[in-house]
Design a protein around this ligand. Structure first.
Ligand SMILES: Cc1cc2nc3c(=O)[nH]c(=O)nc-3n(C[C@H](O)[C@H](O)[C@H](O)COP(=O)(O)O)c2cc1C
Length: 326
C-alpha cells in the first residue's frame, strides 16, 4: 500500500485517479476504477442532460459499492450546457467528490460547500492552482503539457509544473498528464504530488467504453503521435494525429477561424470514433503517455500492477542507489 495525504483525506485505497473523459468516463469504467481502489469520475457532460447524469450515477451505484465522483468540465462553448443544472444533479445524487476542470469553479463552490462535497480542481498552471486553493478547493489536479485534452497555453511540462506547484500549494496535489505506469507514479510522488491522475492509460483498459481499434492504436503509437489543435484560438487541445486533426491545424495556421473548422471538430464525430473504431472519422483525445502503453489490461490488473511496481521501485530499486559515502 502507498499511503499519502490524498488517500487519507479522500478515503481512497490507492493514490490513483481516473479523471473526467468526454465520451469515455461512463459508469462501467468508473465502477471498475472504484472497485480497484482508485478514484474514478463519471464525466457529467458525456450525458446529454442532467437527468441522464442522475441515471448514470445510479447505474454506477448498481455496479459498485465503492465511492466515485463526477467531473464537471467548464469550457468555452457557443451554446454552453446548463452547468448549474448538472451541478445540482450531482449534489442531489449524493456524490461526495467532484473534479472541476476548465474555468474557475468559483460560481459552483458555495453549492458544493453547502453540500459538504470535496472539490478537486484540475488546472494547468500554478497561478490557477493557487487561485483554486484560495477558493477553498480540497485538492488540485495539475495537468502538464504532456496531457491528453487541454494542456493550457503555457506549455510547461509536468516535471517542472508539479514541482513548482508543490513549492507553493498547501492542499494535496494530484499530478496529471504523461503518467501511465509505476515509474510515473513514483516520479510524481518524488516531485511533491500526493496522487496521480491518468486519462489515456485508463482509456486503454478492457472496461473503457471505447472501440478496440482505438485501444490498439494507442498501444501502437508513440509520444510523437499527438498534435495540438486550436493553438491560434488559445483553446489548445491535444488529440491524436489523423487526417482530421491535420486539416484543422492547417486551416487555423493559414488564418482560418473557428467557423472554418466547426464541422471538422464536431464533438459527435469524435464520439463516433470511439463507437465505430473508424480512426479518421473525427478528432479523438489522447496524450503523449500512449508511448508508455503496450497492453490492454483490466482496470484491476492495471491498478494492482502499478501499485505493486511502485512499491518495488521505491523500496528495492531506488533504495539500492543510496550507498555509504567514501
Ligand atoms: C479521451 C479523453 C477525454 C478527456 N476529456 C476530458 C474532459 O471532458 N474533462 C476533463 O477535465 N478532462 C478530460 N480529459 C483529460 C483527463 O481527465 C486527464 O486530465 C488527462 O488525460 C491526463 O493526461 P494523460 O492522458 O496523459 O493521463 C480527457 C482525456 C482523454 C484521454
Amino acid at each position: 500500500m502507498i499511503e499519502t495525504r490524498f488517500t487519507r483525506e479522500f478515503g481512497v485505497r490507492h493514490p490513483i485517479v481516473q479523471g473526467g473523459m468526454q465520451w469515455v468516463g461512463r459508469a462501467g469504467l468508473v465502477a471498475a476504477v472504484a472497485d480497484a481502489g482508485a478514484l474514478g469520475f463519471i464525466t457529467a457532460l458525456t450525458q446529454p442532460t442532467p437527468e441522464d447524469l442522475v441515471k448514470e450515477i445510479a447505474r454506477c451505484r448498481e455496479l459498485t459499492d465503492q465511492e466515485f465522483g463526477v467531473n464537471l468540465t467548464i469550457l468555452p462553448a457557443i451554446t454552453p450546457p446548463p452547468y448549474a443544472e448538472y451541478r445540482d444533479a450531482i449534489i442531489e445524487s449524493g456524490i461526495r467528490v467532484v473534479e472541476t476542470a476548465g474555468f474557475s469553479p468559483k460560481d459552483h463552490m458555495p453549492a458544493f460547500n453547502a453540500a459538504g462535497i470535496k472539490v478537486i480542481h484540475k488546472c494547468t498552471s500554478v497561478r490557477h492552482a493557487l487561485k483554486a486553493e484560495s477558493l477553498g478547493v480540497h485538492a488540485v489536479s495539475i495537468d502538464g503539457f504532456e496531457c491528453a485534452g487541454h494542456p493550457g497555453e503555457d506549455d510547461v511540462p509536468g516535471l517542472i509544473l508539479i514541482a513548482a506547484a508543490a513549492r507553493r500549494l498547501t492542499v494535496p496535489i494530484v499530478a496529471s498528464g504523461g503518467i501511465a505506469d509505476a515509474r510515473g507514479l513514483v516520479a510524481a510522488l518524488a516531485l511533491g504530488a500526493d496522487a496521480v491522475n491518468m486519462g489515456t492509460r485508463f482509456m486503454c483498459t478492457v472496461e473503457a467504453p471505447v472501440h478496440e481499434n482505438v485501444k490498439r492504436r494507442i498501444v501502437e503509437s508513440t509520444e510523437l503521435d499527438t498534435t495540438l489543435i486550436f493553438r491560434t484560438l488559445r483553446n489548445t487541445s491535444r488529440v491524436a494525429i489523423n487526417s482530421v486533426s491535420n486539416e484543422v491545424v492547417e486551416i487555423l495556421r493559414a488564418g482560418g477561424q473557428f467557423a472554418d473548422v466547426r464541422e471538422l471538430v464536431a464533438g459527435v464525430r469524435g464520439r463516433e470514433v470511439y463507437e465505430t473504431g473508424e480512426l479518421e472519422r473525427g478528432l479523438w483525445t489522447v496524450g503523449q503517455s500512449q508511448a508508455l502503453i503496450d497492453d490492454i489490461p483490466t482496470v484491476a490488473e492495471l491498478v494492482s500492477r502499478m501499485v505493486a511496481q511502485a512499491e518495488e521501485l521505491i523500496t528495492a530499486k531506488l533504495g539500492t542507489l543510496v550507498v555509504a559515502g567514501r
